[in-house]
Design a protein. Structure first.
Length: 166
């Protein structure tokens, strides 16, 4: 059942990203694929987070037009980093999750920028400014979306979703 929910969530994210690119391009600063990778890292095992990160990153590569594997690699690292951080730091607070997503978004853009540089591909002149704006927008989106998803996972119970027990 969890696999079916995960696939449905990824399909929904893909459709929403595509619709946003067509009708509301200003909202593309919020990286829904990154939010999925971080959220799975916060609630699942590190191995599940790695697989989920790679899966959504590969789909994002296909949709975004970047070289295949760039987002796959970065989202894999992000999922693993979120799952590992959760093992050592209690990330149940909304503001700690905000900071985790902010750091994950900055790390994601650093990985993408580094890969572009290593591969000799052009990096846009406003890459740093766009990365900072995207990090803030994605983190603000996480404040709302993580609460909604936690509420859906737990029903009417007001607790945050419980992480995977090691």
């Amino acid at each position: 059942m969890n696999f079916v929910r995960s696939v449905a969530a990824v399909v929904l994210i893909s459709v929403v990203e595509h619709l946003l690119s067509l009708y509301l391009p200003a909202l593309l600063y919020m990286d829904l694929f990154l939010l999925y990778s971080v959220y799975v890292g916060l609630i699942a095992s590190p191995l599940t987070a790695v697989y989920s990160g790679f899966f959504v990153g590969a789909i994002q590569d296909v949709l975004s037009g970047l070289s295949i594997g760039m987002n796959g690699f970065s989202k894999t690292v992000i999922g693993f980093a979120a799952a590992t951080a959760r093992r050592y730091i209690v990330l149940d607070s909304t503001w700690l999750r905000f900071l985790a997503v902010l750091c994950a978004s900055l790390l994601n853009m650093a990985i993408i920028g580094g890969l572009l540089y290593i591969l000799g591909q052009p990096i846009r002149a406003d890459f740093v400014r766009t990365s900072l704006i995207q990090a803030v927008c994605t983190s603000l989106g996480a404040l709302v979306l993580f609460q909604v998803v936690d509420r859906l996972r737990r029903g009417t119970d007001k607790q945050l979703a419980r992480p995977y027990a090691d």
